[in-house]
Design a protein around this ligand. Structure first.
Ligand code: HEC
Ligand code: HEC
Ligand code: HEC
Ligand code: HEC
Ligand code: HEC
Ligand code: HEC
Length: 475
C-alpha cells in the first residue's frame, strides 16, 4: 500500500524526470554528438579557469574538491546527467542516478555540495576537452596563476670568446719551440766544439738566450711586437664597446627568492622592494624587515613549502609557530627546517656590478629620464633570481613595453650606455630647467652652427646635453 506522501514524491520524481528529459533534449539538440568529443580545448581552459578552477584541478590533486583527471573513465552515467550535475548538482541527485548517488555518498560529507554552475552543454563539452587534454605538467609549472611565466632556465650567454686563449696558446707554443730550437742549436755547437777540443759555450739562462735570439731575429721580433700591440688595442676597444662580459650572469642566491611569484603572481610593485631606485643612485636590495611585512603571515610557498621562507625567519629570529620575534639580536638558535641556515643576515650575491670608476644613478634614469626598469633589466616579472638581461632579449620586449629603446651593444658595457645616450631624447617638458634652457637656446640659435644642428630635428638627445662627456660617467 502506498500512502499519499510517497505518491506525491513519485509525482515530483516524475516531474523532475520530465524536466531532466527536457534538459537532455536541450543538450541533444545543441549538437548531437558525445560530450567527450569535439570540444574546444582553449575555450575549455578559460571556462574551466573561470568557473571550476577554484575547486577542481585537472590532475588527481584535491583542491576544494576531487581532481578531474580520468573523469571520462569514471563517469559511468550518461552525458546528460553530467551536464545536469554541473548545472544543478542537487537536481541531478534527485533523479536517483546511480553514479550521482555514489558521488554524493562519497564526497558531500567531506566537501559539501558542489555549487550549481552557469554553463551550457556546449561549454561542458569544451571544458571536458580541456580536462582530458590538460597542458603537460612542465608547462603547468612554468605558468603559475594569472598566466605568470617563470623562466628558470635561461640560456647563459658565452662570456669570453675563445680567440684570446688560442692566441696565447700559439704564442707560448711558438716561444717554447723557438727557445728549445736555440737550446738544441747550442748543444749541437757544444758537441762540435768538444769534438774539436774547444771550450763549450757557457750555459745561458732562458732570458739571456731569449735576448740573444731576439737580437739575431730583429725584423721578425718587431713584426711580432707590432702584432701584439695591435691585438691588445683591438681587444681593449671591443671590451669597451661590447664583448658581452656580463650578459646572462646569474649567480646562486642564499634564499630562492622568485621575482615572478612576487611581481607577477602577487602584483608587488618593484618600488615596494627597490624604492631607493627612485630616490638615489642605488636601487638596493630590500632588507629582511621588508620581507617580514608579508612573511609574518605568508609562511609557506607553493614551490618550496616552508624551507625557503624559513630562511627569512632564521635570519631575523622569528618563530613562525608562536608568531613572535625571539631575542633582540636576531640570534635565537631557531633553525629553519632542512637547512643549516641560522641566525645570519641574508647575504645576497651582487649581480650587477659596474667598475668603481663608473658613475651611474638610478634616480637620474628612472625619475628624470622616465625610463622603465625593463629597458635595462628586461622582464624581471618572469625572473626567479636576479640575472643580467641580454640586450637581444630586452629588444624582444618592445611590444610589451611601449617606448622601450632598442639597443645593440651588450648591457652594462660602455658602448651600451653611450648608444642609448645617442638614441634617447630628453623630454623637455619634464623639468622647468630643461624648458628654460631650451627656450634660451632657441633665442641664441642664429649664427650658432652647433646649436642649430642640435635643434634641427626638434629633438634633444642625452648626447647633445653632454651625455658623451667622459667626466659625466667617469670619476
Ligand atoms: C565551489 C566548488 C566547486 C566548483 C566551483 C565546481 N565544482 Fe565540481 N565538484 C565540487 C565538489 C565538492 C564535488 C564532489 C561532489 C560534491 O561534494 O558535491 C564536485 C564534483 C564534480 C564532478 C564529479 C567528479 C567525479 O569524480 O565524478 C564533476 C564532473 C565536476 N564536479 C565538474 C565541475 C565543473 C565542470 C565545474 C565548472 C564548470 C565545477 N565542477 C565547479 C565542487 C565544485
Ligand atoms: C608584499 C608582500 C611580500 C613581500 C614584501 C615579500 N614576499 Fe615573499 N611571498 C609573498 C607571497 C604572497 C608569496 C606566495 C606564497 C605562495 O606561494 O602562495 C611569497 C612567496 C615567497 C617565497 C616562496 C616561494 C615558493 O613558491 O616556495 C619565498 C622564498 C619568498 N617569498 C621570499 C621573500 C623574500 C626573501 C622577501 C624579501 C626580500 C619577500 N619574499 C618579500 C609576499 C611577499
Ligand atoms: C638606464 C638603465 C637602468 C634602468 C632604467 C634601471 N636600472 Fe637598475 N641597474 C642599472 C645598472 C647599470 C646597474 C648596475 C649599477 C652598479 O653596479 O653600480 C643596476 C643595478 C640595479 C640593482 C642592483 C642593486 C644596485 O643598486 O646596484 C637593482 C636592484 C636594480 N638595478 C633595480 C632597478 C629597478 C627596480 C629599476 C626601475 C625602477 C631599475 N633598476 C632601472 C641600470 C638601470
Ligand atoms: C618582494 C621584493 C621584490 C620585488 C617586488 C622586486 N624585487 Fe628585485 N630583488 C629582490 C631581491 C630580494 C633581490 C636579490 C636576490 C636576487 O638577486 O635574486 C632582487 C634583485 C633584483 C635585481 C638584481 C640585483 C643585483 O644584485 O644586481 C634587479 C635588477 C631587480 N631585482 C629588479 C627588479 C625589478 C625591475 C622589479 C620590478 C619589476 C623588482 N626587482 C621587484 C626583491 C624584489
Ligand atoms: C636605455 C637608455 C639608457 C642607458 C642604457 C643608459 N642611459 Fe644614462 N641616461 C639616459 C637618459 C634618457 C638620460 C637623461 C636623463 C635626463 O633627462 O637628464 C641619461 C643621463 C645620464 C647621465 C647624466 C648625463 C647628464 O648630462 O647629466 C649619466 C651620468 C648617465 N646617464 C650615465 C649612464 C651610464 C654610466 C650608463 C651605462 C652603465 C647609462 N647612463 C646607460 C638613458 C640611458
Ligand atoms: C655614458 C657613460 C660613459 C661615458 C660618457 C664614457 N664612459 Fe667610459 N665607461 C663607461 C662604463 C659603463 C664602463 C665600464 C664598462 C665595462 O666594464 O665593460 C667604461 C669603461 C671605460 C674604460 C675601461 C676601463 C676598464 O676597466 O676596462 C675606459 C678606459 C673608459 N671607459 C674611457 C672613457 C673615455 C676616454 C670616455 C670619453 C671619451 C668615456 N669613457 C666616456 C661609461 C662611460
Amino acid at each position: 500500500m502506498r500512502n499519499k506522501k510517497t505518491q506525491c514524491t513519485d509525482l515530483l520524481r516524475g516531474a523532475l524526470r520530465i524536466l531532466t528529459f527536457a534538459t537532455f533534449m536541450g543538450a541533444q539538440t545543441l549538437s548531437g554528438q558525445s560530450i567527450w568529443e569535439g570540444g574546444d580545448v582553449e575555450n575549455g581552459q578559460s571556462l574551466f579557469d573561470e568557473n571550476c578552477g577554484s575547486c577542481h584541478k585537472v590532475t588527481n590533486e584535491v583542491l576544494a574538491a576531487p581532481g578531474l583527471a580520468g573523469i571520462k573513465d569514471r563517469w559511468s552515467s550518461s552525458d546528460e546527467i553530467l551536464v545536469q550535475w554541473i548545472q544543478n548538482p542537487q537536481g541531478a541527485a534527485a533523479t536517483g542516478d546511480a553514479y550521482v548517488k555514489s558521488l554524493v555518498e562519497r564526497y558531500v560529507g567531506t566537501y559539501g555540495w558542489m555549487s550549481a554552475q552557469a554553463v551550457s552543454a556546449d561549454d561542458v563539452r569544451d571544458i571536458m576537452a580541456y580536462v582530458q587534454n590538460p597542458p603537460d605538467v612542465a608547462a603547468d609549472v612554468a605558468t603559475a596563476g594569472n598566466g605568470c611565466v617563470n623562466i628558470d632556465e635561461v640560456p647563459v650567454s658565452e662570456t669570453k670568446d675563445g680567440s684570446t686563449l688560442w692566441f696565447l696558446t700559439l704564442l707560448v707554443l711558438f716561444l717554447v719551440i723557438a727557445l728549445s730550437a736555440s737550446g738544441v742549436n747550442r748543444s749541437l755547437t757544444n758537441t762540435l766544439r768538444e769534438g774539436q777540443g774547444q771550450e763549450p759555450l757557457e750555459d745561458l739562462g732562458y732570458l739571456a738566450r731569449l735576448k740573444g735570439w731576439a737580437w739575431n731575429n730583429m725584423v721578425f721580433v718587431s713584426v711580432l711586437g707590432l702584432f701584439v700591440v695591435a691585438y691588445a688595442v683591438v681587444q681593449g676597444y671591443s671590451a669597451l664597446m661590447g664583448v658581452g662580459v656580463y650578459e646572462g650572469y646569474l649567480p646562486e642566491q642564499p634564499v630562492k627568492f622568485i621575482h615572478s611569484v612576487h611581481v607577477c603572481e602577487n602584483e608587488v610593485d618593484c618600488k615596494y622592494c627597490h624604492h631607493s631606485a627612485y630616490e638615489s643612485k642605488h636601487a638596493g636590495i630590500p632588507s629582511t624587515n621588508v620581507c617580514m611585512n608579508c612573511h609574518k603571515a605568508v609562511k609557506k610557498g607553493k614551490r618550496y613549502g616552508e624551507v625557503e621562507i624559513g630562511k627569512i625567519y632564521a635570519a631575523i629570529g622569528f618563530d613562525p609557530e608562536s608568531g613572535t620575534y625571539l631575542d633582540g639580536d636576531g640570534n635565537n638558535g631557531y633553525a629553519a627546517p632542512q637547512t643549516s641556515f641560522g641566525g645570519e643576515p641574508i647575504k645576497w650575491n651582487k649581480v650587477h656590478n659596474l667598475p668603481d670608476h663608473v658613475y651611474f644613478s638610478h634616480q637620474q634614469h628612472v625619475v628624470v629620464g622616465g625610463l622603465q626598469c625593463q629597458n635595462c633589466h628586461g622582464d624581471v616579472e618572469t625572473w626567479s633570481a636576479g640575472r643580467i638581461a641580454s640586450v637581444d632579449h630586452i629588444n624582444t620586449l618592445v611590444d610589451k613595453y611601449p617606448g622601450l629603446i632598442q639597443l645593440s651593444k651588450p648591457t652594462l658595457t660602455m658602448g651600451w650606455c653611450i648608444e642609448c645616450h645617442n638614441k634617447a631624447s630628453i623630454d623637455l617638458a619634464s623639468s622647468e630647467y630643461y624648458e628654460e634652457m631650451h627656450n634660451r637656446m632657441k633665442d641664441d640659435v642664429r649664427g650658432n652652427e652647433e646649436l642649430r644642428r642640435i635643434l634641427e630635428d626638434d629633438k634633444i638627445t642625452v648626447k647633445e646635453l653632454g651625455g658623451w662627456e667622459c667626466s659625466k660617467c667617469h670619476y
